[in-house]
Write a protein that binds this ligand. Sequence first.
Ligand SMILES: O=C(O)c1cc(C(=O)O)oc(=O)c1
Length: 301
Amino acid sequence: MEFTKTPGWLDWYTGPSKPQFKLPPGSVDAHCHVFGPGAQFPYSPERKYTPCDASKDQLFALRDQLGFDKNVIVQATCHGSDNRALVDALRHSDNKARGVATVKRDVSDAELQDMHGAGVRGTRFNFVKRLADFTPPEVLLEIAQRIAPLGWHVVVYFEAQDLPELYDFFTALPTTVVVDHMGRPDVNKPVEGPQFALFVKMMREHENIWSKVSCPERLSVSGPPALNGEQNAYRDVVPFARHVVETFPDRVLWGTDWPHPNLKDHMPDDGLLVDFIPHIARTAELQRKLLVDNPTRLYWN
Ligand SMILES: O=C(O)c1cc(C(=O)O)oc(=O)c1
């Protein structure tokens, strides 16, 4: 099948630089995606965008170029609940990738078992309105109860302004809950302001809630972008991510978010994104927890 990319689509950055920051051995890129290729794994009829292709081989080449050991591949919304591209990538990863799938209420136990065998360890609930249609909370809770016995967790993606209405649902989930991209704070607001404070309170009061401190390129308002050798990119995001890393060092994950769906402004050099890490995790111990210990515990147990 032939697909035409969403107008204005930015393709992932080719030839990323070698990071100056040396990742600790065993580091995991704990948030990245594969897109198709559409000819082999068609994009979902329900999708809200049509991306460029980003294959498993291209992802594994990036992993090696940046110096990561492993990947956690998160089902992208352009594939809906058809997890074939994800599962294919996991099966060809030589045990170096785990996955987070998207499942519907009618998923069978056999399908869950099959995905588990391939390396899926979580399911993703998406509350970002431009990406996914609404699913009633009782349906999501039913799915969470189905996957809990497998030892899977729930990944949630939402925007900060929606947290007040989602708070009770998230804190009632029976599994570990991993929040994508720090719950997308508005970084024009103060770190200690009420919006981000609610997110921090949710993590403080619920030890099963984790956060990915990823996506500065999405959250940043003032940049500068991770391009042209910039070693101090996305400075406005640093205080938010640093606060979460230092307050909850055992419950944070980091990922590139390659191939960076739906960016509108620029496409970052992934090597320079890796160089963002020591700004938010300032000691070797915090770096090891963020990049090695935490993802290994959650995904390779
Ligand atoms: O902000 C986004 O557009 C975005 C989209 C997806 C997806 O389509 O799955 O995943 C992400 O992590 C971020």
